[in-house]
Design a protein around this ligand. Structure first.
Ligand SMILES: Nc1ncnc2c1ncn2[C@@H]1O[C@H](COP(=O)(O)OP(=O)(O)OP(=O)(O)O)[C@@H](O)[C@H]1O
Ligand SMILES: [Mg+2]
Length: 454
């Protein structure tokens, strides 16, 4: 086994020599320091398993040096030595992180026993740390801002964490508002490129003419108005990561150019001849069905295969209902803080309404709904009334359904829903329901019969 390394901190040279000789004789590798500064310097230069620390040092007392050692070198055990033993001092030393406390003159056999025990414990501690690191490796990444309670979202995070460590191109698919951008961020944060630039571009938001020069840059005079040469995002993101958001909206000519970068990692600025080597990790995202676009000729097949190396699909919120409440809670706290309101939770009905809604706009829609509710809330609890009307009814598919219906059909559907709601609220009492709806009881009866509700 490797010899354990001990740093002996003692300003009395004779004492130091006696102890050092003894410990070396017992099989330890011993170095000596005579003051606090020297101690810290030595610890920084190489790791020690244990420090024997004298209480009284020329430049700083050992007791104040002790916590500094423990904080910066948690795997280094410290045993304090002092000529003036008191119980208070012993307690203070242990409180500050000493493994043990001995009085001088030191009983060498006792010292040896304690050193061995301390070393055994720190070996164990290291093993535990190592195990913990391995366990963390297997578990979900640390991503406090991403909520993932559902098994499918947990799987998404696991995949993201795995691919993050490589340089592979990542394609993130998912409906609008499912969290594609937040996931792209996570991949970047967990990647070895995290200290390097992370640049984003939304391919759908920039006009085609500008997009090309944004991505690849231009030389002076490349086009009217190009008064200065400008590097593109690929050059700026060199050694870093580039997030191509809405990549499905990239116009065909630019798809060809992007393919070239992906194939040979070189770009040419607009109006330039020079081939510039770039090393950029690509994360792309889209809510479009790229395969379908390939079939229809809107997306290059070769580019699709280049991007489709490691694809992560984020499921829509309605398919991972376990995430709805934790997300709602977290948004509630965020917006309560933002708007300075003391809103603390949701009523049961509000929660039920949220759970049964189908969220065509996914997490972003939920976020907006909660923000609006927080603003509307009259007291500490968000009620069903604070949620938008669309959510108030359990008939969940309605909004989507309406889009596919003719006007008379849509009106009939809403009328029927509203009638049912009023009847429920009125506890089945028709006069009361008619009042709630602002119609006569006769009209109510007629309508109920019409919809087979009467
Ligand atoms: N799992 C999640 N945990 C916490 N917040 C989330 C989560 N998913 C999405 N969000 C939040 O929802 C909003 C929409 O997310 P994001 O912009 O990443 O979605 P997107 O898929 O890129 O949407 P779009 O297709 O519309 O661009 C953001 O405010 C984001 O912070
Ligand atoms: Mg987005």
């Amino acid at each position: 086994m490797k010899k354990a390394k001990i740093l002996l901190v003692e300003d009395d040279e004779t004492q130091a020599r006696i102890l050092a000789d003894y410990l070396t004789h017992k099989g330890f590798q011993v170095s000596t320091a005579f003051g606090a500064q020297e101690t810290l310097k030595k610890l920084e230069e190489e790791p020690y398993d244990l420090v024997l620390l004298d209480w009284r040092l020329p430049d700083e007392d050992g007791l104040s040096l002790l916590p500094k050692i423990r904080e910066s070198f948690p795997f280094t055990q410290v045993i304090m030595l002092t000529a003036f033993a008191t119980v208070e001092r012993a307690v203070e030393a242990i409180k500050r992180g000493a493994y043990h406390y001995l009085t001088k003159p030191v009983n060498l056999e006792e010292l040896l026993l304690i050193i061995e025990k301390a070393l055994r414990e720190s070996r164990l501690q290291k093993e535990v740390e190592l195990l913990r690191a391995q366990v963390e490796e297997l578990s979900l990444p640390e991503a406090p801002d991403i909520i993932a309670e559902s098994p499918s979202m947990k799987e998404v995070l696991r995949l993201a964490a795995k691919v993050a460590r490589t340089d592979a191109t990542v394609l993130i698919l998912g409906e609008s508002g499912t969290g594609k951008e937040i996931l792209a961020n996570l991949v970047y944060r967990l990647s070895p490129r995290k200290e390097r630039p992370f640049l984003k571009i939304n391919c759908a938001a920039i006009p085609e003419g500008l997009l090309e020069s944004e991505l690849f840059g231009h030389e002076k005079g490349a086009f009217t108005g190009a008064e200065k040469a400008k590097p593109g995002l690929f050059e700026l993101a060199h050694r870093g990561t580039l997030f191509l958001d809405e990549v499905g909206d990239l116009p065909l000519p630019l798809q060809a150019k992007l393919l070239r970068v992906l194939q040979d990692s070189t770009i040419r600025r607009l109006g330039g001849l020079k081939e510039i080597k770039v090393d950029v990790r690509i994360i792309a995202a889209t809510n479009r069905d790229l395969e379908e676009m390939v079939k229809e000729g809107g997306f290059r097949e070769d580019l699709f295969w280049r991007l489709n190396v490691f694809t992560i699909k984020i499921p829509p919120l309605r398919e991972r209902k376990e995430d709805i409440l934790p997300l709602a809670e977290s948004f509630l706290h965020k917006f309560a803080r933002k708007h300075g309101k003391s809103v603390k939770g949701f009523s049961r009905e509000a929660l039920e309404a949220l759970l049964s809604y189908h969220f065509p706009g996914n997490v972003r829609e939920l976020e907006n709904i909660v923000e609006r509710a927080v603003i509307l809330a009259e007291n500490e609890i968000i009620t069903r009334e604070d949620l938008p009307p669309l959510l108030k009814k359990k008939g969940e598919e309605i909004p989507d359904l309406l889009k596919r219906l003719s006007l008379p059909e849509a009106v009939a559907l809403l009328e029927k829903e509203r009638l049912q709601e009023a009847l429920e609220e009125a506890g089945g009492v028709k006069t009361r329901a008619a009042e709630l709806l602002g119609i006569s009881e006769r009209v109510l009866r007629y309508k109920l019969a019409k919809y087979g509700l009467g």
